[in-house]
Design a binder for this molecule. Sequence first.
Ligand code: ATR
Length: 286
Amino acid sequence: MEKPLALGIIGHPIGHTLSPLMHAVAAGSAGVSLAYSVYDVKPENLRAAMEGVRALSIDGLNVTVPHKVDVMESLDEITEEAAAIGAVNTIVRRGGRLTGYNTDAHGFLTSLKENAGGDPAGKSVLVYGAGGAARAIVAGLARAGAGRIVIVNRAEGKAERLAEKVRGLGRGAETEGLGFSSNKLFESVRSADIIVNTTAVGMEGVGGRLPAMDGVRKGQLVVDIVYRPLETPLLSRARAAGAATLDGLWMLIHQGAMSFTLWTGKPFPADRVRRALLAELQRESS
Ligand code: ATR
């Protein structure tokens, strides 16, 4: 029998992740044999864990918070895209060499195009958040030709720095960084074509509120990368205002799809995986 691919995810803390189920369902459908493990790795153990990955000949990993940046120093190669984003979320071992990829931007852009009919080329996009997820999404938007990108973050300095960084990427989108209390905020939300929340606001158990949400209107596409709950306060608000909405489960699925195909060379059954993940989320909340 062929040896199953040894895969897994490293993060800390690593609560209830949907990734093992996602890859098990995809493997069943693609006819590949794999074992996907969950590794809770404290930051001080990251280097040792990566030595272990080499020693144990692990075939591939997903990397999540807080290791997406620090893991890069333990790799042999990093793709140009992951280097531009400044974070790795997928590792592939080929002939003993470990290569770091970032599949988050691809996951986000694919969800936008395939699940919401949205092409960011030439569009004005407002992004809440300036952390790791925002970095990948904003880099993806810039490369996809977004015309204007406004980054809105609680810590204003981080929004300004990310806006500055992204100005050099892609086709030269106009960019701006704003804090939560900026007096330009309502108008920026109002005039955006696409609005994306990349912060944890709206996630179960997380407090806080996104500012200027009442600027959301008909004609916009509103995306939340949070998927617990699937319908966040931002998406409810958008739906009530007549805007189109896209939930975060699709981005999770498409980033996983790219990882799966990098590891196995096989196509990924996105619709089948979505049905399985929706059933799992339903089970969790009942
Ligand atoms: P991720 O990889 O998920 O983006 P991260 O890099 O820790 O995680 O970034 C978290 C983002 O969510 C940041 O933009 C953070 O805002 P600050 O930079 O101001 O901290 C934002 N965030 C998290 N919790 C928040 C809250 N309760 N209210 C507003 N913003 C929040």
